[in-house]
Write a protein that binds this ligand. Structure first.
Ligand code: ATP
Length: 930
């Protein structure tokens, strides 16, 4: 008999053939054995570039090959020393390029590792979160709405489960999943309703399942080759720089040809001129640029990780710097998500709850007097519903040292496992003696209709001795619509419009004090009633009361919002919570200005896109919104020219996160679906982290501009020195090997050190840059050309003066070339400090960037031996310089930077565009050209 397929087996058969215990899962030992036998739960990746290939690639460049060929020829002609030295420099250059690219590659790989998925698995009776790649067949995984299925799984328990399997089946409508065995052979994947496939998404419900296939054995593994082509990691800036690099190659080559032709016309020896030309081309082509950009991006991304922001898509690093609006969730992002019930309302009476955080010690008071729960039937029911319709758990953790002393009376730390809103209700119950343990024996849960932010409510059906009961909790405005009765004076009476109004007034009163309000209701179910349909079950309910909980704002939120305002970035709150609560919190933390508007989901639905576009600049708070509203808000803001950063955590937030320019997901509370749609994940769910990420994003972009300025100005200087000398009919100011050495000494380390430079102080006091801004904008192009020309002219001047002083003999030429060589290097090493500032060298402490100081010192250490070590002098055609020569060198090397610096000090400070913000918000900001 052929073996039964997984979908044909019953759940018992599945568990039996997987050799796993449903309540315990696998043992650690067994899971390790299986991991060794089945391998990691990973899809095979395409082969990366090997380090050897990466190294050899460094020598594939056309001009480098020409240089190597020409050097070999000169070696054959007898210039051994020259040939060996030039080849050595080519190899050193290759090593530098290799190190840069290897680092870049490694950092990118490390980033990928960071966003690897996790899975909740039952091992030795405990549910643990482990990297999904460690799953083995037989593991029992626990899944909920928003999770990505981590392996192929046979479901053994499902609760209103739906999965979206378009990645495998092409069917984008989520399909219901269950646990019943299927009959028949060769059932198509789309119809295998009791199996969850790796890589598909759970859009609703909860489930447990046994892993039946992992890694390449999964259905996804079978088509892995088709999905290998993951997102290209090249950022728009990298792409533009690549194009620029191509243009620069052509320009450098054309100039080099002109230098060679001018030299030959002025009587230079053609072969020597050719070699000088090729060396110049090799030096002038900024081949290191792409690798340095990647390193700057990758190192910046690592700094962001330290600041708790994980970048999932490299291009978003650039976009971050352009963000002009942040749309943020409230709960957990702007607030602490540490809920505590402080008020209750039932039967027309407001009660107070005392206590601290999740500590279950506290009291319920009416006008300052203790309320006896045993004598208050309405309150008892309210607490029962709160605790029964709940998935959170209260835990006390004792310090390690106290664990072995059960009699120890000292306090542990109370924490919540699960949703903090529900946790607050468990704590509330515990304060009055209505604990989960006390209800466990009396009530057995049979069905759950999970909470989701669309429905804004949750229900459970429980069985008890007397029958069955449905318990529901949710947003009061939603819940009252499901209620036909109310518990009043210990009696169930019809929920009249007057009573409804009383409830809503109480709700409003609590919300005004920034409390998050939840309504509670219940009803007895008739035995004949069907329990599968939530709409039927959640109707005709008996309203019991309200709970109001505080969720204090995060301490850092206010300051971060202020920082955004100074940086020309508007902060907008988008929340599922009640409008009054949202407004109160938004005012507390400085989001909602005096004249700012708040809109709720209903108002939003009634508005046309045109209306929304007109008002959007004034709205700072959107309350009671559904996920689809978020998408409308993003699109409208984008139509106004904004670059939008938008947070989200639920399954249904994914479209808005995707549509935003920077989609942000929550690392702690976010679903896999939202994380995968996002460009940035906040590992601490904190709003302030978004602001840090934007700050880093701006800093990274400015650093890229800094080293582009440095490299290009240096290259302009090098080419001009040679070009002008040839035009003027002077001898060669630099011999080929000197040109190559200048390139090696100045291009590599200082440029990399600029890539990790600290940001300028006013980085977050400027308007966001425009998304389509040219990299040479804000006077960068002018700085490159002006500094480059000055470096070229000054080097040539130092060369010319020394040549004339020496009286035109061959000795004088060698000396003048040495002076030109050192002037060029020094001018670049001084200019590198100027590149740190958007104003001038006098505006920043040059010693602040210790990497740069170290890089410049090492460049000097590479240059000085060339002058002063006797054995090297014939190779580099140099002579040692005396004190007066150094004075000349330093004066001319300093002119390009200091002259421009003094100029900028004397000129009126350029008006820096201040950040715009305030009432006008979007209107006040210049639209970004899309
Ligand atoms: P944000 O969107 O800022 O994260 P939020 O958490 O309030 O805010 P939702 O999670 O969509 O947004 O919640 C919307 C409303 O649903 C809440 O105001 C509350 O009344 C209700 N609610 C929240 N959590 C639960 C829950 N676990 N069970 C029942 N109702 C809930």
């Amino acid at each position: 008999m052929s073996q039964k397929k997984w979908y044909q087996m019953s759940t018992e058969e599945t568990l039996q053939s997987s050799g796993t215990e449903p309540s315990k899962g696998l043992t650690m030992e067994e899971s390790e054995k299986r991991l060794a036998a089945y391998g990691k739960n990973e899809l095979a990746e395409g082969q990366g570039v090997s380090p050897v290939t990466l190294f050899l690639n460094q020598f594939k460049d056309f001009m480098v090959l020409v240089l190597a060929g020409a050097t070999l020829v000169s070696g054959l002609l007898g210039e051994y020393l020259d040939a060996v030295a030039i080849i050595a420099i080519i190899i050193m250059n290759g090593i530098l390029g290799f190190v840069q690219e290897f680092r870049a590659e490694r950092s990118l790989r490390a980033l990928k590792e960071l966003s690897a998925p996790n899975a909740k698995v039952l091992r030795e009776g405990q549910v643990e979160l482990i990297p999904a790649r460690w799953l083995v067949p037989g593991d029992i995984v626990v899944l909920e709405s928003g999770d990505r299925v981590p392996a192929d799984i046979r479901f053994i328990e499902t609760n209103g489960l739906y999965a979206e399997e378009s990645a495998l089946t092409g069917e984008s409508v989520p399909v219901a999943k269950h646990t019943a065995p299927l009959e028949g052979e060769d059932i198509p994947l789309g119809d295998q309703r009791n199996v969850g496939f790796m890589g598909t998404m759970l859009t609703r419900g909860t489930a447990k399942g046994v892993v039946v296939r992992t890694g390449m054995a999964t259905e996804m593994g079978k088509i892995a080759d088709l999905i290998q082509n993951t997102d290209a990691t090249e950022t728009p800036l990298q792409h533009r720089l690549e194009q620029l690099g191509k243009i620069l190659i052509v320009v450098a080559l054309a100039l080099t040809v002109m230098v060679v032709v001018a030299g030959i016309l002025h009587g230079q020896e053609p072969y020597g001129m050719f070699l000088a030309g090729v060396s110049l081309a090799v030096a002038a082509i900024p081949e290191g640029l792409p690798a340095i950009v990647t390193i700057a991006l990758a190192l910046g991304v690592q700094r962001m990780i330290q600041r708790k922001a994980i970048v999932r898509k490299l291009p978003s690093v650039e976009t971050l710097g352009c963000a002009s609006v942040i749309c943020s969730d409230k709960t957990g992002t702007l607030t602490q998500n540490k809920m505590a019930v402080t008020h209750l309302w039932t039967g027309g009476e407001l009660l107070e709850v005392t206590g601290n955080g999740y500590d279950p010690r506290g009291d319920i008071l009416k006008q300052g007097q203790h309320v006896d729960v045993r004598k208050n039937q309405m309150l008892r029911r309210l607490l029962q519903v709160s605790v029964l319709c709940n998935n959170a758990e209260l835990r006390e953790e004792r310090a390690e040292s106290k664990k072995n002393q059960p009699d120890d009376e000292t306090e542990g730390v109370w924490s919540i496992k699960g949703d903090p809103t529900e946790g607050a209700l468990v704590v509330l119950g515990a304060k009055a003696g209505v604990t989960q343990q006390s209800l466990e024996g009396l009530y057995r849960r049979i069905v759950e209709f999970p909470f989701d932010s669309e429905r804004k409510r949750m229900s459970v059906i429980v069985e008890h001795q007397g029958g069955r009961m449905v318990c529901t909790k949710g947003a009061p405005d939603v819940l009252v619509q499901q209620c036909a009765y109310v518990l009043w004076d210990d009696k169930i009476i019809p929920f009249t419009p007057t009573l409804k109004q009383k409830v809503m007034a109480a709700n409003e009163g609590m919300a005004k004090n920034a409390l998050r309000v939840l309504g509670l209701a219940y009803r007895d179910l008739k035995l004949t009633e069907r329990s599968e349909e939530e709409t039927a079950v959640e109707s005709q309910l008996v309203f019991v009361g309200l709970t109001g909980m505080i969720d204090p704002p995060r301490k850092e939120a206010r300051e971060a919002i202020l920082k955004c305002r100074k940086a020309g970035i508007r902060t907008v709150m988008i929340t599922g919570d009640h409008q009054t609560t949202a407004e109160a919190i938004a005012r507390q933390i400085g989001i909602l200005p005096q004249d700012g508007l708040a809109l709720n989901g209903q108002q939003l639905s009634a508005m046309s896109d045109d209306d929304l576009d007109k008002r959007i600049g004034e709205v700072y708070v959107y309350a009671r919104v559904s996920p689809e509203h978020k998408l409308r808000i993003v699109k409208s803001l984008q139509r106004q020219g904004h670059v939008v950063a938008m947070t989200g955590d639920g399954v249904n937030d994914a479209p808005a996160i995707k549509a935003a320019d920077i989609g942000i997901a929550m690392g702690i509370s976010g679903t896999d679906v939202s994380k995968e749609a996002s460009a940035l994940v906040l590992s601490d769910d904190n709003f302030a982290t978004i602001v840090s990420a934007i700050e880093e994003g701006r800093g990274i972009y400015e650093n890229i501009r800094k080293f582009i300025r440095y490299l290009l100005a240096s290259n302009v200087g090098e080419i001009l020195t040679m070009f002008l000398a040839m035009l003027a009919g002077l001898p060669l100011p630099l011999v080929p090997i000197q040109i190559l050495w200048v390139n090696l000494v100045t291009d590599g380390l200082p440029a990399m050190a600029l890539g990790v430079d600290q940001a300028e102080k006013d980085l977050m006091q400027q308007k966001p840059r425009l998304a389509k801004e040219n990299i040479f904008a804000r006077r960068l192009g002018w700085k490159i050309i002006s500094r480059g020309i000055l470096i070229g002219l000054c080097t040539l001047a130092a060369f010319y003066i020394t040549l004339k002083q020496g009286g035109d003999g061959p000795g004088a030429l060698v000396k003048a070339q040495s002076v030109a060589f050192v002037t060029l290097v020094m001018a670049q090493l001084i200019h590198v400090f100027d590149c740190r500032s958007s104003r001038s060298i006098f505006h920043r402490n040059p010693l602040q960037n210790k990497w740069l100081v170290m890089a410049v010192v090492s460049s000097l250490l590479l240059m000085l031996p060339v002058l002063y070590v006797e054995k090297l002098q014939p190779i580099f055609k140099t002579v040692p310089l005396g004190v007066m020569d150094w004075v000349l060198v330093l004066v001319f090397a300093g002119i390009p930077t200091f002259l421009m610096g003094i100029g900028s000090l004397m000129s009126k400070p350029r008006k820096r565009k201040p950040a715009s913000y305030g009432g006008g918000g979007a209107k006040a900001m210049k639209p970004v050209v899309r």
